[in-house]
Design a protein around this ligand. Sequence first.
Ligand code: F6R
Length: 247
Amino acid sequence: PVSVFENPKIASINVANRIAELIKSKQANNAPAVLGLATGVTPIAVYAELVRLHKEEGLSFKNVITFNLDEYYPMAPTAAQSYVTFMNENLFDHIDIDKKNVHIPDGTLALEDIPAFCLDYEKKIGDLGGLDIQILGIGRTGHIGFNEPGSAPNSGTRLVTLDDLTRRDAARDFGGKSFVPTKAITMGIGTIFKAREIILMAWSRKKASIIKKAVEGEISGEVPATFLQLSDHVEFILDAPAASDLT
Ligand code: F6R
């Protein structure tokens, strides 16, 4: 289903409230809440609202375990552009999550150690009973996570090559495209699919054409987000400009 909100702020508060309700219902059962998280501009207001709920309304993250979708490769966690830095600055440094419950693909691994790391990432998620909820943005290539065009629907966590358009879109953060890593470690489409609930968010007119393809287009690895059409537990949360090309 597609839900269109008046603006990203209202939509983000809605998503944050759903995450908060999940966390609280798990707390009531003494169970962990397992969250799949995204970086980028899109989820920033969701994280800001979760921080507010923690600071002003006592929402605790003590029972929360997180798995981020992706990280550039290679990437030092301390680098300004790392997704570790992003998550710390936007969420983890401001809530009471136990940092040992935070998982982000490791951009410092030796190449030969990546396959084992990726299998272990999948196993950790599986051992916890899977992701309760996965938050997604969408890239202009149609990527979810860093599953670029050509990704298989059953793909798992792995090292991938970033699309040129993705690197161009990231150029501003890195001070030029040539400084954007060519690779990333990302959860696969298959990993994302196993989440019990998937929420894809998109804001602004810039995302309208890829949202039209993702929601209404032919299902194909050329637009990886189209695979979400095959899921019965995905929701597209849009603002009006991002939804403006939908029929
Ligand atoms: C980020 C991620 C990407 C972004 C996408 C949109 O962890 O996996 O798929 O969600 O590139 O990025 P923004 O939100 O910056 O437009």
